[in-house]
Design a protein around this ligand. Structure first.
Ligand code: TYD
Ligand code: MG
Length: 454
């Protein structure tokens, strides 16, 4: 075999280059370029079509064909995020920080799938089969017919899969798998890429659904699963803040269902428990309305979700005032502070600003702008917002408020949870029959005047 020339790859995004550089040109990350021995060229397989060069017309597709038969785990929070259940022969990536609960979630899911009659194989590259069994014991899952294996060699895994022919195989984790055809360390980009490629190909050709676990690391030697994201059908992220018991399973890509769907779980001593009514949970720690607290009526995927924004504003002892955010985009916070200053004449210079989403939730919707602004104003003025009010609305740079999607859905959830009023952008008739007292706001300056008499 001819020795192939060395190449370099970014451990973050997987981009390859022919020479080393301190910064990846593709994603801009520093110190992520490492030397890789490229994959030796082998016979490439075609997963899509067995007949070379044949094409079909879109209109000629047989539409009578049934949609893929999905299998439900019976864990509603997981099934919904998958788009209604597990699709046969699909490849799924579950990413998340180490220790967030990926193995626990998948072992519990595997047990449910297996109990439902799906032949399920759980392959751990991180723990011995005995350790996995002990974990299953802690989770009360010992009665379930999941098959366990502890392997890291890709060839052995493929042999096992070929022999066992499960309907679902879970590979925990992709970073521990290695192929002897790739001359790089396990966890390197080329190993992760090769293993993911082989496994997803196996999934497609043999009709096995595969779930790959991928650790996300900020920087460093281990390849992030972003390299793998392009290869799979569905990408799920498991997230949460350390110290909070809540975990969010989020679909960021799904060929078989809506993206942005979330499932909410609570960590317990006996594993993850489903949270059917997350709004109630995220608001449960809320006492009497305090200055700086605003309840945002949000939507995650198809589900409304109420969360509490908390802001703290205090005179800064530093030359440069601090801005610290948890659960919300810091760039967006700066933007809202700028709009408050420029359009409403309320400066935050010289003030430290802290913003937090209660319960460890991450909010990405621009619809939360008005709730953030309200929390910031309420904290600065040291005056609580109206009791029993939810808030939503996007703020533009001019200070005008823009209507947001699914207003009805948001209001319905607020009503269900006992809220009595809502502050929302003017325009549209959304919420007329909601039973809530509506305060429709045209721009931020008007809102400030009304609320705080500025
Ligand atoms: P683990 O599933 O091993 O995380 P990951 O596979 O993402 O690295 O979970 C980490 C630790 O947290 C593990 O010691 C078990 C514990 N844990 C619980 O006790 N209860 C739970 O509900 C979860 C999810 C984890
Ligand atoms: Mg694990």
């Amino acid at each position: 075999m001819a020795k192939s020339a060395p190449s370099f790859a970014c451990a973050d995004c997987g981009a390859t280059t022919s020479k080393w550089a301190g910064r990846c040109e593709s994603c801009g990350a520093w110190n992520t370029i490492h030397e890789e021995t490229p994959l030796s060229a082998g016979p490439s397989g075609h997963a899509l079509s067995a007949v070379k060069g044949r094409t079909i017309t879109l209109s000629g597709l047989d539409t009578r064909e049934d949609p893929p038969k999905r299998t439900q785990a019976g864990v509603e929070e997981l099934d919904r995020v998958l788009g209604g259940g597990l699709v046969p022969a699909s490849a799924i990536l579950l990413g998340g920080d180490p220790g967030i609960g990926k193995s626990t979630l998948l072992l519990q899911a595997a047990a449910r799938f297996a109990r439902g009659g799906l032949k399920t194989l759980y392959i751990s590259g991180e723990e011995a089969a005995e350790q996995v069994r002990m974990r299953a014991q802690r989770l009360g899952l010992t009665e379930s017919p999941v098959q366990l294996a502890a392997e890291t060699n890709l060839r052995d895994i493929l042999t096992t899969l070929e022999a066992e022919r499960p309907q679902l195989a879970i590979i925990d984790s992709i970073q521990t798998m290695w192929s002897d055809q790739v001359g790089a360390a396990p966890g390197s980009v080329s190993q992760v890429r090769a293993a993911a490629h082989e496994l997803t190909r196996f999934a497609k050709t043999r009709g096995v659904a595969i779930i790959l676990v991928g650790h996300v690391t900020k920087e460093g030697q281990i390849a992030g699963p972003r390299v793998v994201e392009h290869m799979v059908d569905t990408v799920l992220y498991f997230e949460g803040e350390r110290g909070h018991p809540f975990r969010i399973l989020r679909a960021v890509k799904n060929r078989f269902g809506p993206a942005d769907e979330i499932g909410v779980f609570e960590m317990t001593g006996r594993g993850l428990a489903e949270v059917r009514n997350p709004s109630a949970l995220f608001l449960s720690e809320r006492g009497t309305p305090a200055p700086g607290s605003a309840v945002f009526a949000g939507v995650e995927g198809t589900r409304p979700l109420l969360v509490e924004f908390q802001a703290l504003v205090s005179p800064s002892p530093h030359a440069q005032a601090r801005r610290a955010v948890v659960g919300w985009d810091s760039g967006r916070l700066s933007m809202i502070l700028a709009v408050l200053e420029a359009r409403c004449g309320i400066p935050y210079a010289g003030l430290d600003v802290y913003l937090n989403v209660a319960g460890g939730m991450k909010v990405t919707e621009p619809a939360a702008d008005l709730a953030v602004a309200a929390a910031l104003l309420s904290a600065r003025e040291d005056s609580a917002l109206p009791d029993g009010a939810v808030i939503f609305g996007e703020i533009s740079l001019s200070g005008a408020l823009r209507p947001v999607t699914q207003a009805e859905n948001r209001l319905k959830e607020a009503k269900k949870l006992g809220f009595t009023s809502a502050i929302l952008p003017a325009g549209g008739k959304a919420g007329d029959g909601s039973g809530l007292a509506l305060n429709r706001v045209t721009d931020l300056a008007g809102f400030v005047g009304e609320m705080f008499g500025a």
